[in-house]
Design a protein around this ligand. Structure first.
Ligand code: NAP
Length: 461
C-alpha cells in the first residue's frame, strides 16, 4: 500500500464546538489508549465492557457501561476487541442497527482469514455501517504521543457519511486520514502492519546471497590458492582486502540490476507492440524495489570508499612499499616512472570519484523529502540519465582498474578470474542493450508504444 497516497484528505477537522459522544467496546490496551486520546481532544467517551466496574486504568472522564447501555449513548462505536470475540455482538444487532462500527483490529498473519475482519464484522451486524480505521496506529504511540512515524490512518468503508464521521475524528486527534475506498480495501489495510520492510526483502536477500558467494570465491582465489601453491599465509586479507573486493563488485552489480528491469521491460514492450499488457509478476516486483536495490548498492559503494581510504595505513601495504624501496637500494637501481601506469591509476581513481559522487546524488534524490520537491521530469532526468551516467562511470572505473590484466594468465587462479571481472558482466549487458535501444529504429516505435500506440492489439487486456 502506498503510504504517500494522493488520497490523503487535507480537509480541516470538524471544529463544531460540541463533540459527539464516542463509544468504545473493550477496555483493553488499545481501547484505553484511544479513549485517552479522544478525551484529550474533547470527545465524551463511554466504554462498553463485560465488567462495568471502573478501574484506575480507565482514562479519567470516561464512563463504563454494559455493551448494550454504552451503545445507546453514541452513534459511533469503536470495536477495540480481537476478531475471535466478535460473536458477542450478534445479540446486540438490533441496538447496533444504523450505528457506525469502527473496526480497528489486526491479525497475527497476512491473509489469516478468507475475508477481512471488517467484512466479517459487517456480516455479523448487517444493519450497522462498518468502517475500517486506526489499525495502523499502536496503543503505545497513542499513549506516548510518538505518532510522528505513523500519523496516517487508513480508512475504508462502504457508507460515505460514516466514513466522513470517522475521518473527522481522525483529524480531531491530530492524525491524517487516508481514504482507501470501500470495505474491499480492508484486507489490504489489515495486512499492512504485518509487513516487514516488504520492498527491502529482495535487495537484502540478494546482496546477502551474493556476499556469501563472493566471499568464498575470493577466499579460494586470494587466500587458499597462494597457500596451496606458494605456501604463503594471506589469511589477514579477510579483514580488509576481501571486503574491499566484495563491496565494489556488489555495488556495481546491484546498480546494474536497478537498470536491468527497465531494459527488459522495453524489450518486452517492443516484442508485444503494446504497453497495455501486464509485465510478468517477477518483473513488476523487481521494478518496485529498484530504489531499495540502488540504496543497498550505494551502501556497498560507501564501504568500498572507506576501505580504500585506509589502504595507505595498512601494515601490509607499508611493508610492501618499504621492502620494494630497500630492494631498489640494494640493487642500486631506481624504477623509472611508468607514465602509462600513472595514467591508468589516476584515470580509474578519477572515474571512481566521479561515479561515487553521482551515486550519492542519486541516493539523495531518492529520499522522499527531496523527490517531493522536484517534478516528475526532473526526477526522471536524475534517476534515468544521471543513473546511466553513474553506471557508465562505475563500469569504466572497473574496466580501467582491470587495465591490461584482463588477458594476463596470472589473473586466473584455478581458471577463476578476478572478482571485479565478474562484476562487469551485468553492467556491460545493460549498457550494450540500452545502447542498442537508443537507435532510432527501436527508440521511435518504443516511444510510440509508451504513448499508447499498439502494433498487436490482441495483446491488450
Ligand atoms: P486487549 O488488551 O487484549 O483487549 C481486548 C479487550 O477485549 C479486553 O480488554 C476486553 O475488554 C475485550 N474482550 C476480551 N475478550 C472478550 C470477549 N470474549 N467478549 C467480549 N469482549 C472481550 O487487546 P488490545 O491490544 O486492546 O487490542 C484490541 C483490538 O485493537 C484488537 O483487535 C487489536 O488487533 C487492535 N489493535 C491493537 C493495537 C495495539 O497496539 N494494542 C494497535 C492497533 C489495533 P473488557 O474486559 O472491557 O470487556
Amino acid at each position: 500500500m502506498n503510504k504517500n497516497s494522493s488520497n490523503t484528505m487535507a480537509l480541516a477537522p470538524n471544529t463544531s464546538s460540541k463533540r459527539e459522544t464516542v463509544c468504545i467496546f473493550g477496555t483493553g490496551d488499545f481501547g484505553r489508549a484511544l479513549g485517552h486520546k479522544m478525551i484529550q481532544s474533547g470527545y465524551p467517551v463511554v466504554f462498553g465492557s463485560r465488567s462495568t466496574q471502573t478501574s484506575s486504568l480507565i482514562p479519567k472522564g470516561a464512563e463504563v457501561f454494559s455493551h448494550a447501555e454504552a451503545a445507546q449513548k453514541a452513534a459511533i462505536i469503536i470495536i477495540a476487541i480481537q476478531r475471535q470475540h466478535y460473536n458477542f455482538l450478534i445479540p446486540l444487532a438490533e441496538i447496533l442497527r444504523g450505528k457506525v462500527l469502527v473496526d480497528v483490529s489486526n491479525n497475527l498473519k497476512i491473509n489469516q482469514y478468507p475475508e477481512s475482519n471488517a467484512e466479517y464484522l459487517a456480516q455479523l451486524v448487517p444493519g450497522a455501517k462498518v468502517v475500517k480505521a486506526f489499525n495502523t496506529v499502536s496503543a503505545w504511540a497513542l499513549q506516548s504521543g510518538t505518532l510522528d512515524a505513523s500519523r496516517q490512518v487508513f480508512v475504508c468503508g462502504d457508507d460515505m457519511e460514516a466514513k466522513q464521521m470517522v475521518m473527522d475524528i481522525v483529524r480531531a486527534l491530530g492524525l491524517t486520514p487516508v481514504d482507501q475506498g470501500s470495505l474491499l480495501a480492508a484486507q489490504e489495510i489489515e495486512n499492512y502492519p504485518l509487513q516487514l520492510f516488504p520492498m527491502w526483502k529482495f535487495p537484502i536477500l540478494l546482496s546477502l546471497g551474493l556476499t556469501a558467494f563472493l566471499f568464498f570465491y575470493c577466499l579460494a582465489r586470494d587466500i587458499i590458492y597462494p597457500y596451496v601453491y606458494d605456501n604463503k599465509d594471506f589469511s589477514f586479507f579477510i579483514a580488509i582486502s576481501i571486503p574491499n573486493r566484495i563491496c565494489p563488485v556488489l555495488a556495481l552489480i546491484l546498480l546494474a540490476l536497478v537498470y536491468l528491469p527497465g531494459v527488459l521491460a522495453a524489450i518486452i514492450q517492443l516484442y508485444r507492440g503494446t504497453k497495455y499488457h501486464r509485465f510478468p509478476d517477477w518483473l513488476d516486483k523487481w521494478m518496485l524495489c529498484r530504489k531499495q536495490l540502488g540504496l543497498v548498492a550505494l551502501a556497498f559503494a560507501s564501504l568500498h570508499v572507506l576501505y580504500t581510504l585506509v589502504i595507505p595505513i595498512r601494515f601490509f601495504v607499508r611493508w610492501r612499499i618499504s621492502s620494494r624501496i630497500v630492494s631498489q637500494a640494494l640493487n642500486n637501481k631506481t624504477e623509472p616512472l611508468n607514465t602509462t601506469n600513472a595514467w591508468l591509476s589516476d584515470s580509474y581513481l578519477a572515474l571512481g570519484i566521479l561515479g561515487f559522487f553521482l551515486f550519492v546524488l542519486l541516493g539523495i534524490t531518492s529520499l522522499p523529502s527531496v523527490s517531493n520537491n522536484v517534478n516528475w521530469r526532473e526526477f526522471r532526468f536524475v534517476q534515468s540519465k544521471l543513473g546511466y551516467l553513474t553506471l557508465i562511470l562505475c563500469t569504466a572505473h572497473t574496466l580501467v582498474y582491470g587495465g591490461n590484466r584482463f588477458l594476463s594468465p596470472s589473473s586466473y587462479r584455478w581458471y577463476l578470474p578476478n572478482a571485479y571481472m565478474l562484476s562487469l558482466i551485468v553492467p556491460c549487458i545493460v549498457l550494450v542493450v540500452k545502447f542498442v535501444l537508443i537507435f532510432p529504429c527501436l527508440d521511435k516505435p518504443l516511444t510510440r508504444i509508451r504513448q499508447g500506440w499498439e502494433r498487436n492489439p490482441q495483446y491488450s487486456e
